[in-house]
Write a protein that binds this ligand. Sequence first.
Ligand code: AMP
Length: 332
Amino acid sequence: MKRVVSGIRPTGKLHLGNYFGAVQSFLNMQSEYDCYFFIADIHSLTTHPTPEDLHANVRTVLAEYLAMGLDPAKCALFIQSDIPAIYELYTYLNMNAYVGELQRSTSFKEKIRSQPDNVNAGLLTYPVLMAVDILVHHADYVPVGKDQQQHLEMTRQFGNRFNNLYKTEYFKEPEAFSSTGKLVKVPGLTAQGKMSKSSGDADTIFIDEDDKVIHKKIMRAVTDSGPEKPGEKKSEGVQNLFDLMALVSSEDVIAHFDKAHSEATIRYGDLKKQLSEDILTFIRPIRERIREISADNAYIAQAAKIGAEKANASAEKTLKEVREIIGFKKFY
Ligand code: AMP
């Protein structure tokens, strides 16, 4: 079975954008591939989280991914820092990653701009750590967005460079995973682009939020004063509401409001009420499950342990082989 490796940022509470943009494809992949999904807590240290936030965020994300249907029996869902081999392989791969190429990476340049007061060496070698995450499990595929293409290219380069240096064909080249479904971009509620954690509370529907809060946010979503005559194009805010409907509402409902818009008889209040109802119908069972799992320390512990065992089995094998290739030999 082909192997897929993908990281999850421990950014705390998940929102609808995360669900439809990432989690859903993970759910599809776990049945078809040998999947290694990890919560990238080592990577997150580049932004210096407090110990409390680090732990809480990892726990939240783990509980939420489990609640959404990632199944420890089907995939390896693990926490990056539970895999000691990662740190060691990171040391080795750093020896053949060149400072110049790391400085030229787009993500590093972006970080210099976005956090000029914290340009740490971990940011510079971030692509090396990413390469390790992928190479340590000999991934065939890595699901990547456009912004991650360069990292995957660097991963191939580091793997190939290791192979050339030691005259081996040990690491294979991972490929970008192109999912069969089209990529969804979930819009926010304030007509300012895609839904994201950083775009503000009014913009974002978190999965673990109460009915009232979600309803209020949707009722306040940005629209316009309504089409004046039949056939008018939808404004950005209105199109966004239709895009959200496409994710959670039935075809009949969407067709009904589409028709009302094109005939200029639409009432946005009705559209929002329906959207709110459909989003809540979608969210409620997941939210219940998140709350159940979050309260169940034993279940979380068990899931993390199973994931770590699977990932460690794969990573330790790689590390042992890499040490041999490099030429480390015990004297005792
Ligand atoms: P983040 O932690 O915000 O980087 O989100 C994690 C992943 O969720 C991203 O890599 C995307 O795959 C997905 N994602 C986040 N926001 C959206 C969105 N508005 N639309 C589609 N996918 C999203």
